[in-house]
Design a protein around this ligand. Structure first.
Ligand code: DON
Length: 343
């Protein structure tokens, strides 16, 4: 604000406007953000729809009443309600950050060229989808994406490193930077998923056979399983979402995690494929690039405004947390978060 308008408004009014502006959510104040978060928490706390994922046995044991909401704004402030400390496994939300890491290292064209950036219209672990889009790399454009299991396992295989441990340190390091703290693997989930992931092993072998994975599909499946078992709470996820909301810079730590020029590509894939079969419906109602995980988390991004995350384990038939979808939509609508609705 220039000096002329400052003197016209008077010091108190100018200070009030400065406070409003620093909340980073358009004309909303920090109090407005907290009010929206509290209201959504109160509204959906009692919602008893959906069921924990159980095809990974450890996920069935997570408390279905766990419910936490967090929103992070441009100034790095974190607004919360409910339980934002208890960790769940990140599951498919990790796919976003491993995709982002490959894009950061190898460019936007690397993911588009090897895996594709098109929705499959099939479930996240569909093998029919692999057959439907099967293209020997180099002979045509693959029509897969890195947010369904075949594309995600392939993206994990693209992270460079001479040993599995070197690759893992890069994957967990990128997640840590986006979350702003050191995360660790939930060993019970990792073991449970490793014991029961024969379907993902079949997908990994097929992706090698069809040229999406170049070598060692077993290592790719194992590292993918490990990344899905990273423990996160609602606060961590919201900080990760906010790193994408603010051009790749974590607003809490100030670290530039991903080049700003690469963020729109990441958000585009989230918008088209982040909530699986329900991605279109979700975008229709919220306009927000988002990503769900079968652990019960969802992250969503209102570019330039806020990152938001909710953790609540019961899922709907498409595999997306019921309370998380409802709470995020409610809060975003209250804050004018839909980028398509901006004037
Ligand atoms: O590969 C799997 O089945 C899980 N590790 C991740 C699936 C997932 O989170 C799908 N999400 N909605």
């Amino acid at each position: 604000m220039n000096t002329i308008s400052r003197s016209m408004l008077g010091v108190a009014a100018a200070a009030a406007i400065a406070t409003l502006a620093t909340s980073g959510v358009g004309a909303q104040s920090g109090a407005d953000v907290q009010k929206a978060v509290d209201a959504a928490y109160a509204k959906f706390r009692g919602l008893q729809e959906g069921k924990n994922a159980d095809y990974i046995p450890a996920l069935a044991k997570v408390d279905p009443n766990l419910f936490g909401i967090a929103v992070v704004t441009a100034d790095g402030k974190v607004y919360t309600a409910g339980d934002v400390k208890t960790e769940v496994s990140i599951q498919s939300i990790s796919k976003v950050f491993t995709m982002a890491q490959v894009i950061q290292e190898q460019g936007l064209e690397s993911i588009e060229g090897r895996i594709g950036v098109d929705a499959t219209g099939a479930r996240f672990n569909s093998i029919i989808a692999i057959e439907g889009v099967r293209t020997v790399v180099g002979t045509g454009a693959p029509e897969m994406n890195p947010l369904v299991n075949p594309g995600a396992i392939s993206a994990t295989s693209m992270v460079t490193g001479t040993t599995a441990d070197q690759v893992w340190q890069k994957i967990i390091g990128f997640h840590n930077d986006a979350a702003g703290r050191n995360l660790s693997v939930l060993q019970d989930v990792y073991k449970s998923e490793s014991d029961t992931n024969q379907r993902n092993q079949a997908i990994g072998a097929l992706m090698l056979a069809y040229g999406y994975i170049k070598a060692n599909w077993q290592q790719a499946v194992d590292l993918y399983t490990r990344q899905c078992s990273i423990g996160v709470n609602a606060r961590d996820l919201a900080v990760m979402a906010s790193t994408l909301a603010f051009a790749g810079k974590n607003p809490v730590t100030g670290k530039q995690v991903l080049d700003g020029s690469k963020v729109p590509g990441v958000l585009a894939v989230m918008a088209t494929a982040g909530l699986y079969d329900d991605s279109g419906k979700w975008l229709y109602h919220t306009g927000l690039p988002a990503k769900s995980g079968v652990g019960g988390g969802i992250i969503a991004v209102s570019p330039g405004r806020f990152g938001i995350a909710v953790v609540s384990p019961p899922l709907d038939d498409a595999g997306n947390s019921v309370r998380a979808q409802r709470a995020i939509a409610e809060i975003s609508n209250a804050l004018g978060g839909n980028p398509y609705g901006r004037r």
